[in-house]
Design a protein around this ligand. Structure first.
Ligand code: DX5
Ligand code: ZN
Length: 215
């Protein structure tokens, strides 16, 4: 079993608030907010104003903010003030990673570390006491609707071995669907980010239940 965070990147942008509510009503436990700067990733998305507006509309919903931006330390306090519950930074974009993770916790938020598909798990060994969440990109970041990279299943299993039973969420992001959820959960993921497979499903609640149960 795993829990699901719905990626708002796949939501109808004209109905942002209603789409978040639709996902929460269908059973997602967290709202995943993909922030992109057009530098770290080739795409642009949305910023802290969206996190704030959503927090005001749905104060009980935990927002998991995935910062795909260069030098995310510049924005940590802004996203914390906007109402994020989790703030996740990429190793590849953050020169002083341990400091950024500590800053997130000092702001009273849960700290997440994200790794691109080709980034090794070596650094993670030294950061296990600094994180509440490990986000493994299972596609190259920047766009929704991509296919899961099969080699990432082995990486999820390797990360699970390193994490063991520590209270760290092992989250996978990209290409999660009813076809891939089972293998990801068996490899050790306990949080799945779902964008197109959630918002694009004919019956969102049913799709979530099937992904959560790994089938
Ligand atoms: C991609 C983002 C993902 C994306 C996932 O860079 O980090 O969160 O929305 O989209 P799907 O679930 O459609 O692969
Ligand atoms: Zn994401």
């Amino acid at each position: 079993m795993a829990d699901i965070a719905a990626s708002m990147l796949a939501a109808d942008p004209l109905r942002f608030g209603a789409e978040a509510k639709r996902a929460l009503d269908a059973g997602v436990k967290r709202i995943h907010m993909d922030v992109m700067d057009g530098l770290f990733v080739p795409n642009l998305s949305f910023g802290q104003a969206f996190v704030k507006a959503l927090h005001e509309a749905e104060p009980g919903a935990a927002q998991d903010v995935h910062l795909m931006v260069e030098n995310p330390a510049r924005y940590l306090s802004e996203f914390a003030e906007a109402g994020a519950s989790f703030i996740t930074v990429h190793q590849e974009a953050t020169p002083h990673l341990q400091r950024a993770l500590a800053q997130i916790r000092a702001l009273g938020k849960k700290a997440g570390l994200a790794l691109n598909p080709s980034t090794s798990l070596e650094g993670l060994k030294y950061l296990l006491d600094d994180i509440d969440l490990l986000l493994l990109m299972t596609v190259n970041p920047g766009f929704g609707g991509q296919k899961l990279i099969p080699a990432m299943l082995r990486k999820v299993a390797d990360a699970r071995e390193l994490i063991g039973s520590r209270p760290i969420d092992l989250q996978v992001d990209g290409g999660v669907s009813t076809e891939t959820a089972g293998a990801l959960i068996r490899a050790g993921a306990n949080w799945l980010v779902a964008g197109s497979a959630a918002f694009g499903a004919p019956d969102m609640a049913q799709a979530l239940a099937s992904m959560r149960g790994g089938s």
